[in-house]
Design a protein around this ligand. Structure first.
Ligand code: UTP
Length: 290
């Protein structure tokens, strides 16, 4: 059983400036709730109870979001708004969220290393908050099934078009089961002609705690950052790592356009507003093509 998840949320979010000048990227709304809400909800849905959130200066809004707000609850109670009251309470009860600060933003690998003492010597999940996945079976549950079979680290992968290969970590793998690969090689952001496949690593992982020793030994790369891929490559020299081509739709919330697309997709699927929004969108598109 995996009990803990690490969510690295200490990055600057520069691609969202100026919105992120005074607000953490992770709290930008995906339709009507912060991006990070969907991530913690996915973890809670599979029974992960402790979330270790790696944060930094200027990220207090994340802590406030998952905390209880007695004033707000009293206000909603006085107004008789039971529905919103229940929703607000549910957020603070979804999971136990603990926080650790990454004092210098030295990369994703370094952010995960910051959580080492809180994770301890047990396998754990990692969620990148930019990747919001809509799936019948939560993406992390799909990885857990593979973990339970092999007891090794498991990375979520998806097939990306040729033009996007250079933006991701790409795996070379041997197919060992349906949608399941034993990883032979990992290449970070390869040129298309050097990419071993189109299978790109996305923001869901199950990792064994041995990755920490690898990250501790990793040297900062060209831009002074410790990358998670470097730690995983080193781990691959010592133990098997698997990849699973998850089933679902991923939204890239790491850029303004990606977040907008994700909001549209989520709003269209919402029973309360989807119909009205669809109609409005049709009208807008018809007007624009005239
Ligand atoms: P990104 O590079 O996508 O996020 O890192 P960023 O740095 O916030 O975004 P830009 O490029 O400036 O717009 C992937 C994830 O790793 C976290 C980020 O918060 C994000 O969730 N991260 C990255 C850290 O926690 N610490 C770091 O030093 C770097």
């Amino acid at each position: 059983m995996i009990r803990k998840a690490v969510i690295p949320a200490a990055g600057w979010g520069t691609r969202f400036l100026p919105a992120t000048k005074a607000q953490p990227k992770e709290t930008l709304p995906l339709f009507d709730r912060p991006m990070i809400h969907y991530i913690v909800e996915e973890a809670a849905a599979v029974g992960i109870r402790q979330i270790i959130m790696v944060t930094a200066l200027g990220k207090r809004a994340i802590e406030d979001y998952f905390d209880r707000s007695y004033e707000l609850e009293q206000l909603l109670q006085a107004k008789g708004d039971e529905k919103r009251l229940a929703e607000v309470r549910r957020i603070s009860e979804m999971a136990e969220v603990v926080y650790v600060r990454q004092r210098e933003q030295l990369g994703l690998g370094h952010a995960i290393l910051t959580a080492k003492d809180l994770v301890g010597n047990e396998p754990f999940a990692v969620f990148l908050p930019d990747d919001v996945v809509e799936a019948k079976v939560p993406a992390i549950r799909q990885l857990l099934d593979v973990y339970e079979r092999y007891r090794c680290s498991v990375l979520a992968v998806e097939r990306v078009p040729d033009c996007d290969v250079g933006r991701y970590g790409i795996i070379q793998g041997r197919e060992v089961g349906e949608r399941t690969f034993q990883i032979e090689r990992l290449v970070e952001k390869p040129k298309l002609n050097e990419a071993p496949s189109n299978l790109a690593v996305i923001g869901r992982y199950i990792l064994t705690p041995d990755v920490f020793a690898m990250l501790e030994r990793a040297r900062p790369g060209a831009i002074g950052e410790i990358q998670l891929t470097d730690g995983l490559e080193a781990l691959l020299g010592q133990q098997n790592i698997y990849a699973y081509e998850y089933e679902g739709v991923r939204h890239d919330g790491g850029t303004p356009l990606g977040l907008l697309k994700a909001s549209v997709a989520i709003a269209l699927n919402r029973p309360d507003v989807g119909g009205e929004f669809r109609q409005w969108l049709h009208g807008l598109l018809a007007g624009a093509s005239r």
